[in-house]
Every structure is written in structure tokens, then in C-alpha cells.
Design a protein around this ligand. Structure first.
Ligand SMILES: [Zn+2]
Length: 282
């Protein structure tokens, strides 16, 4: 289930780093997929393993829904920083993830929420993602990253209303890979199932540094696909309700928040029950 892949040393910026893939990381209904306990055991395992072995874990969520459960689980700690990019407003589930939700106690400012309107495009999203995550990594200095790659932030999803392509979504993955920090890639939501398959085929290839044919190979499910192509494209007629001004204000606000973040918190080394986790690492 959890496949550990050592990337080739020749891959750009990836020397000596590892990435683990778990495409079924959130293989459950969307109402549950971001709830930490008990609905997503696979994600929980991955996160708990990171939490036990790494002093500072960064959790990034590009699923179209707010990562509410993970945020809540680590709301009071400065050892896990959560960053969620999500659709927000007009009763969109789960209704949490306002930009002013920051964490509390020791965890204050270690939760960062990026609420977005419908129709956001690759250009705007990827630029925002790189800007925010670049700042977070620079300040928080995580020694492990968990990236939840929900495919419901792609165009054509039955629930989400973003206008992202697989190329844009994958560019976010590629950016995080390029940081050279140990990484767990997780699946997430996705309600146009053919596009979940497209997304994971493509993002696995990104992680492995491989190039896939842009045409899908013939297979017994070919008739399920509207087009025979690998990539999900954008809808040129879809209105983007995120203004450039709104995105700039989000960037500036994140910058201000991160200025208040104390430097990367240290943590005492502690014994871990290796036998409990060893089987998860095989
Ligand atoms: Zn979702």
C-alpha cells in the first residue's frame, strides 16, 4: 500500500531525498476525507509516522476542500504546520478554513489557510502556491513534508469548482519535490473518477521523473473516458472569481503571518516504539 521509492540521484534537486506515494491515502467519501480521526486511517498512519520520527512536519493540502481534520488534530502544536488551499464560501463543505483561523496556544500561527473562490486557474494557483509554500519552508524549515493531492481541485470535478489542469496540479507536486525534503504524497478527494486516475498516473510520473505519453493506452476501461488523453484541461469559459488584487492581499497577509512565526521550533529527541511502526515502513 505504501510504496517507498528512492529517486534517482540525477533528478533535479532530489539528491538523497525520498518520496513515498500512497494514492489511496484518502480513499473515502469527501465528508470524511479531511477528518483526522478515525476516518482516514491511511493518512493518519502516514502523518503519525512522520510526526513520531520528524521534529517538524509540514502538511500541505491541495484538495479542493479545507483540510479541517488534520488542522484540528494539530491545532495546538508547533511541531506540525498545516497549510490548506481550498474553495471557500457559499456553504461549500466543510465551511471551515477562514484565513483568520491560525492555530492556538503553542500552535498559534502554525495553521495557514488560503481560502479561494471558484474558477481559479493554473497560472494564478501555481504562482500563489509557490509563493506561500516557499515562504513557509523558509521560515518553518520542515524536515518532512506530507502533501495531500486531492484531485477534486481539478477542472470537471463533480463537487469542486476550481479550473485547474493536471499540469498545474502536478507543478505544485514538482515544486515540493524540488525542495529536496523527505516527502509523503497522498491521494485525496476526487469525484470525477477518470480524472483521479489521470491525476495519479501523471503525478506518480512527476515523482519518478518519468515522461508519460499524453495519449492514454487502450485498455478495458477506455470507453469510460470522454477523451483518450492523459491530461485534464481547463475550461476557457469558466469565470475566475479570484481577482489579482485578492491574491496579492493573500500573499501579503501570509508574509505578515509568517513574520510572527517563531523560528523553527526545536523538539527533544524521544524514544519511539519502533516495533509499532516497522511494519508500516516495509
Ligand atoms: Zn475534497
Amino acid at each position: 500500500m505504501l510504496k517507498k521509492v528512492k529517486l534517482q540521484a540525477s533528478a533535479t534537486s532530489m539528491t538523497s531525498s525520498f518520496v513515498s506515494l500512497n494514492s489511496s491515502g484518502n480513499f473515502s467519501f469527501c465528508e470524511f476525507h479531511n477528518n483526522f480521526i478515525p476516518f482516514t486511517p491511511l493518512n493518519n498512519q502516514n502523518l503519525i509516522i512522520c510526526y513520531r520520527f520528524h521534529p517538524r512536519v509540514l502538511y500541505i493540502d491541495i484538495d479542493v476542500h479545507h483540510g479541517d481534520g488534520v488542522e484540528e488534530a494539530f491545532f495546538l502544536t508547533n511541531r506540525v504546520m498545516t497549510v490548506s488551499f481550498h474553495q471557500y464560501g457559499k456553504d461549500f463543505f466543510p465551511g471551515t478554513g477562514h484565513h483568520d483561523s491560525l492555530g492556538d496556544g503553542e500552535g498559534k500561527n502554525y495553521a495557514l489557510n488560503i481560502p479561494l473562490h471558484t474558477g481559479i486557474t493554473d497560472t494564478m494557483y501555481v504562482d500563489l502556491f509557490k509563493n506561500v509554500i516557499g515562504q513557509v519552508v523558509d521560515k518553518f524549515r520542515p524536515d518532512a513534508i506530507v502533501l495531500q493531492c486531492g484531485a477534486d481541485s481539478l477542472n470537471e470535478d463533480q463537487l469542486g469548482l476550481f479550473n485547474l489542469t493536471t499540469r498545474g496540479h502536478g507543478e505544485c507536486v514538482n515544486f515540493v519535490l524540488g525542495l529536496g525534503i523527505p516527502l509523503v504524497l497522498l491521494g485525496g478527494g476526487g469525484y470525477t473518477i477518470q480524472n483521479v486516475a489521470r491525476c495519479w498516473a501523471y503525478e506518480t510520473s512527476v515523482a519518478l521523473g518519468k515522461t508519460l505519453d499524453t495519449k492514454l493506452p487502450p485498455n478495458e476501461y477506455s470507453h469510460e473516458y470522454k477523451t483518450p488523453f492523459l491530461h485534464v484541461e481547463a475550461n476557457p469559459k469558466m469565470e475566475n472569481l479570484n481577482s489579482a488584487d485578492y491574491i496579492e492581499k493573500l500573499k501579503l497577509s501570509c508574509y505578515d503571518r509568517l513574520k510572527d512565526l517563531e523560528g523553527a521550533p526545536g523538539v527533544e529527541f524521544q524514544d519511539v516504539c519502533l516495533f509499532l511502526f516497522a511494519k508500516n515502513l516495509q
